[in-house]
Design a protein around this ligand. Structure first.
Ligand SMILES: [Zn+2]
Length: 203
């Protein structure tokens, strides 16, 4: 079974999730320190064995920013797999998001872009397909809204569409893994991670 490792910044704020092999490399290079190991698991090589890292922290503070690929999967993740018009969260029986029930909606529809395929956002203009102009919508809301803006359709976005920030990036990464118990103490209380973890326990 593949175990991933939560990386904390030097101040213990969570940063990202990496494969365990990468974490071992960073430990060997003295770039990170072991914070928490998976209980009862060891990594063995020909000459040595060491605890399997679960959480590591950078030895030097990093101000780096992750960039997020602009694609359908990441838009859905940014929006917590929730329709941003009606708030529905389609789920499979396993509790995982039901991606087949969610669509990507252009907030200002393509049909209303200018001849260069751009729309006005704030003071400037952006391509109609950009982080700030796409959102997650259920099939029903997408069909109801059709070629109208939210104003024209008299509906409201629950959350503004934006370029993901560092915390969004981590949240998106966490959606792709099962959150191990060893990480719990290092994820903020007032975050969707906690809700996610609680929901897992209640299932
Ligand atoms: Zn909806």
């Amino acid at each position: 079974m593949t175990r991933t490792v939560l990386v904390l910044n030097a101040d213990y704020t969570p940063l990202r999730v990496i494969p365990w092999q990468r974490a071992v490399g960073l430990l060997m290079d003295d770039k990170v320190s072991l914070v928490e190991a998976y209980t009862g698991r060891m990594i063995r090589s020909a000459s040595s064995s060491l605890p399997h890292p679960a959480v590591v922290a950078l030895n030097r503070y990093s101000a780096f920013r992750n960039r997020v690929r602009f694609n359908r999967a990441n838009v859905l993740a940014r929006d917590s797999y929730t329709c941003q018009y009606c708030g529905v969260r389609p789920r499979r029986p396993s509790g995982r998001p039901d991606l087949g029930e969610l669509t990507i909606d252009h907030i200002v529809p393509r049909a209303q872009a200018d001849e260069r395929g751009r729309i006005r956002i704030g003071q400037g203009s952006r391509p109609v397909t950009c982080w700030e102009n796409v959102t997650t919508a259920c099939i029903t809301c997408n069909a109801n809204k059709a070629d109208r803006t939210p104003d024209q359709a008299n509906i409201k976005l629950r959350r503004p569409a934006r370029v993901p920030n560092q915390l969004d990036v981590l949240w998106m990464a966490l959606f792709t893994v099962d959150i191990p118990e060893e990480w719990r103490d290092f994820l903020p209380d007032d975050s969707p991670w906690r809700a996610y973890w609680t929901a897992e326990l209640e299932d």
